[in-house]
Ligand binder design. Structure first.
Ligand SMILES: C[C@](O)(CO)[C@H](O)COP(=O)(O)OP(=O)(O)OC[C@H]1O[C@@H](n2ccc(N)nc2=O)[C@H](O)[C@@H]1O
Ligand SMILES: Nc1ncnc2c1ncn2[C@@H]1O[C@H](COP(=O)(O)OP(=O)(O)OP(=O)(O)O)[C@@H](O)[C@H]1O
Length: 310
């Protein structure tokens, strides 16, 4: 056993996600859409550090830090407030976000920070919340937040918050290109509604061949079944993304798609060498804010060892 002295700082590392299948059903009376949402956690990370403070405070560092709100609308701040309220205490904590996940990029960066803040505050405060309680709090904070806690791979149903863990039989390599500017998730869902108005929208379901490809770790089979029903809406709002997708395909990606609500584009590649070629081609367009390689799956929100323990 390691020392049990109260912790004065807790850092939680949390991954981004890509949706390898995002099947979207009709809009529901509550304004959300029923989904069959196959999430994969990818190795691009934010880190949230919680330290005791007189009052709730958020700071952020990283290339996109200027776009992150530091008031109580920050999802990490909302997470701390929610956990504190449920346990009858003040959210007296400083949350520092080291942000590496593109902001408003469709990679669930804010959701990741919310899940990380919950775990960090739970550990710092010794709240002892069960996994089930944390997952329920995550679902209150947003549809993607439970998956950020869980990580790995999962099928999300309902609005994406009801998760079933999926086994993955290998490692997949991706290239992610962050676009200049962001897309608002509600705006992309609204555009989906506009584009599909008057059509029959099938009930969303996970494609068995895609789940098999994950299970066997077969990147070529996964590439054949990648699907994102929000992609036409994201392309409609940001038409230049179609060119970015084409550049990655021509450079040898097995498949290319918009990540979630976009505008980050995701390229599944067969190996590191192909990742290098695709990365160079995307950088050469001059249209991508950053281009990054990452593998999947990776674990969800994880408390990092105290410095003395590492
Ligand atoms: C696009 C995805 O990232 C794919 O994983 C998610 O579906 C979005 O999840 P999220 O950002 O956590 O979304 P939330 O914060 O729960 O909801 C933001 C807004 O997105 C829309 N929304 C979200 C999830 C869903 N199943 N249907 C929706 O229509 C709604 O307009 C909602 O008000
Ligand atoms: N901790 C946070 N990090 C980033 N953005 C945040 C955070 N908290 C609140 N926001 C707000 O949320 C908006 C969406 O940011 P986020 O990075 O979560 O988008 P996203 O990755 O497209 O989300 P998703 O993939 O879950 O739909 C930002 O424009 C910002 O105003």
């Amino acid at each position: 056993m390691t020392a049990t002295s109260p912790r004065t700082a807790v850092t939680v590392r949390v991954p981004a996600k890509v949706n390898v299948q995002l099947a979207v059903g009709e809009v529901r009376p509550d304004g959300f859409h029923d989904l069959a949402n196959v999430f994969l956690a990818v190795g691009l990370y934010d880190e949230v550090t919680a330290t005791p403070a007189d009052a709730l405070r958020v700071t952020c560092e990283g290339p996109d830090a200027a776009q992150v709100p530091l008031d109580r609308t920050n999802l990490a701040a909302r997470a701390a407030e929610l956990l504190a309220a449920r346990h009858g205490r003040e959210p007296a904590v400083h949350l520092h976000i080291a942000k590496d996940i593109p902001v408003a990029g469709g990679m669930a960066g804010g959701s990741a920070d919310a899940a990380a803040a919950l775990v960090a505050c739970d550990t710092l405060w010794g709240t002892g919340a069960s996994r089930a309680e944390l997952l329920a709090l995550c679902a209150e904070l947003g549809s993607d937040v439970p998956f950020s806690l869980l990580g790995g791979a999962a099928l999300g149903t309902g609005r994406g918050e009801r998760l079933r863990h999926l086994e993955v039989g290998g490692t997949f390599t991706w290239v992610f290109a962050a676009a200049d500017g962001g897309l608002s998730t509600p705006a992309v869902y609204r555009e989906f509604d506009r584009l599909t108005a008057g059509t029959d929208i099938p009930l969303p379901h996970a494609v068995p061949e895609l789940l098999d490809a994950l299970y066997t770790g077969d990147a070529v089979a996964l590439a054949a079944h990648l699907e994102n029903d929000l992609q036409p809406a994201a392309l409609s709002l940001m038409p230049s993304l179609a060119d970015t997708l084409a550049v990655g395909r021509e450079a040898g990606a097995l498949a290319a798609l918009v990540s979630g609500s976009g505008p980050t584009t995701a390229f599944l590649v067969k190996d590191e060498e192909s990742a290098g070629v695709v990365t160079e081609a995307l950088r050469a367009t001059g249209r991508c804010r950053t281009v990054r390689t990452a593998t999947s799956p990776v674990p969800g929100a994880t408390v990092l060892p105290r410095p003395a323990e590492s």
